[in-house]
Ligand binder design. Structure first.
Ligand SMILES: [Zn+2]
Length: 240
């Protein structure tokens, strides 16, 4: 389990990566504080950078009910109940991310959702759940969203965005990026035919894989490339 400083570094890197990959500054990454931390709650960082004199690397700390503990100089996210209620409902989850991926969100406005279209998106099976489009700014709406998310790795919000979870920051980031990747692939497939859901035996194959070295391949490869600076990846939106 990473310590507090390591978690802060992960959310700092993760938010930069999400901005680069999704080309949108809105959203946050949240991760539970380490179990041995006497403060109970979660770390949260905005993807967007605030105007000066805001420290672009600063994180915020909230208790389990969403009360601010540290970092109150940044604006409290309107959608804080999203994190509070999902952490309460999903004890298996360490990290929760809310973003507004452009293609996946567009699909929701055509009455569609993201499904397993490739091996990478196998966990999305026959389709991620889709919630309404409202702001997640009350306890009740947050609890409803958590109910819709249920045991899924991600859910979409109609005309709004996505929420993704994971057992680590890296896994939640990967789930977010694979939601958008699958959405793009569905649109590409739809231009030449009808996109198909991956065959059930393949979905089952991935469901049964023990978490191994390859489980966070996208996250660790992105981090390595970022640190060494040898390749400036992404889709032409600039560099990390
Ligand atoms: Zn939102």
């Amino acid at each position: 389990m990473p310590n507090y400083e390591e978690l802060c570094e992960q959310v700092r890197f993760g938010t930069k990566l999400l901005f680069q990959e999704l080309n949108d500054p809105w959203g946050h990454i949240a991760v539970r504080l380490p179990e041995d931390d006497p403060r109970k709650g979660f770390i949260l960082k905005h993807v967007r950078v605030g105007p000066p004199p805001n420290d672009p690397e600063a994180v915020m700390l909230f208790d389990e009910d969403g009360n601010i503990m540290e970092g109150g100089q940044r604006a409290i996210p309107w959608e804080l109940p999203l994190y509070v209620q999902i952490f309460k409902a999903r004890k298996d989850v360490q990290s929760c991310i809310h973003t507004h991926p452009q293609v996946a969100t567009a699909l929701t406005m055509a009455g569609k959702t993201v499904f397993a279209i490739t091996h990478q998106s196998a966990p999305f099976e026959h389709g991620l759940p889709v919630f309404g489009g409202e702001m997640i700014n009350t306890t009740d709406i947050g609890a409803e969203l958590a109910k819709t998310l249920d045991k899924w790795p991600a859910a979409l919000m109609k005309g709004h965005g996505a929420v993704a979870v994971g057992t680590s920051v890296g896994q939640a980031v990967q789930n977010t990026l694979y939601v958008e990747q699958a959405a793009r692939q569905q649109v590409w497939a739809a231009t030449v035919g009808t996109p198909q859901v991956l065959e059930d035996p393949l979905i089952e194959f991935h469901r049964k894989q023990p978490p191994g070295d390859g489980g966070l391949a996208l996250w660790y490869t992105k981090m390595h490339v970022h640190k060494t600076g040898e390749v400036h990846g992404g889709h032409g939106h600039g560099v990390l």
